[in-house]
Design a protein around this ligand. Structure first.
Ligand code: NDP
Length: 241
């Protein structure tokens, strides 16, 4: 099976200035798509991609970003909602503000972005929505009540969207990475990293590219009958969750 595509599609990836989002952008570029990424500064993103400024906690900011992308590349046919943050703290010490900020970025930010691209997908009767979740969303993790709740919520978005729009050629799925070598995991203490690696059947963290290839597949024509699913990319860590 070839991964060559005939018609370049307009692809938008939120949070493409580094890490997993950057690798996903590179993979779509490699496959010949028209790729746009967002970052808060409007900088970053791989060569060949259009980088636009967007703050996913602001609807106005996303309106402007989607407009800019559509003017440059046409209506968005593939959305990868990837922008996300952590703010870890044990439940006893977690502030309301920390919980709200993480939810507002990871969960509501994904909702805001999805909402802004579905109209043109419905018109076209074709679309791919890929939400970047986490193994933590279903498996849980101490110190991450805010993050786990935000990632678990993405499944609700994917499944309800599938039920609403599945008959219109639109799929919505969650790709749930385990631990990936990025700035987010580099921030973990070394002993914490070592203990995680012990628990992962694969015995290692993944490269961002290993996530990117799965996202590109879920967004491809080959994956036309996969929707409302959680696709783990976690070296076996979350098995059965
Ligand atoms: P990074 O911290 O390396 O990158 C995060 C990206 O999100 C950046 O491009 C950042 O852009 C953007 N972003 C953050 N907050 C906002 C905001 N409020 N508005 C707009 N953009 C924002 O993270 P990773 O690459 O590690 O993670 C990417 C996704 O994958 C996240 O959703 C994360 O939860 C998920 N994930 C990561 C795992 C890992 O092990 N690394 C494991 C499982 C899931 P800016 O340039 O503006 O900072």
């Amino acid at each position: 099976m070839s991964d060559a595509i005939t018609e370049p599609r307009s692809v938008l990836i939120t949070g493409g200035s580094r890490g997993i989002g950057y690798a996903i952008a590179e993979e779509f570029l490699r496959r010949g798509d028209k790729v746009a990424v967002t970052s808060r500064s409007g900088q970053g993103g791989p060569e060949g991609a259009l980088t636009v400024a967007a703050e996913v906690t602001s609807g106005e900011s996303l309106d402007a970003a989607v407009k800019a992308v559509e003017e440059a590349h046409g209506p968005i046919e593939v959305l990868v909602a990837n922008a996300g943050v952590t703010d870890d703290q044990l439940l006893l010490r977690m502030s309301d503000e920390s919980f709200e900020t993480v939810l507002d970025t990871n969960l509501t930010g994904s909702f805001r972005t999805v909402k802004r691209v579905i109209k043109s997908m419905m018109r076209k009767k074709k679309g791919r929505i890929v939400l970047i979740g986490s193994v933590v969303g279903l498996y849980g993790s101490p110190g991450q009540v805010n993050y786990a709740a935000s990632k678990a919520g993405l499944l609700g978005i994917a499944r309800a969207t599938t039920r609403e729009l599945g008959s219109r050629g639109i799929t919505a799925n969650v790709v749930a990475p385990g631990y990936i070598d990025t700035e987010m995991t580099a921030a973990l203490a070394e002993d914490v990293q070592a203990s995680y690696k012990k628990a992962i059947p694969a015995g290692r963290f993944a490269d961002p590219e290993e996530v990117a290839r799965v996202v590109a597949f879920i967004a491809s024509d080959e994956a036309s009958y996969i929707s409302g699913a959680v696709i783990p990319v976690d070296g076996g860590l979350g098995m059965g969750h």
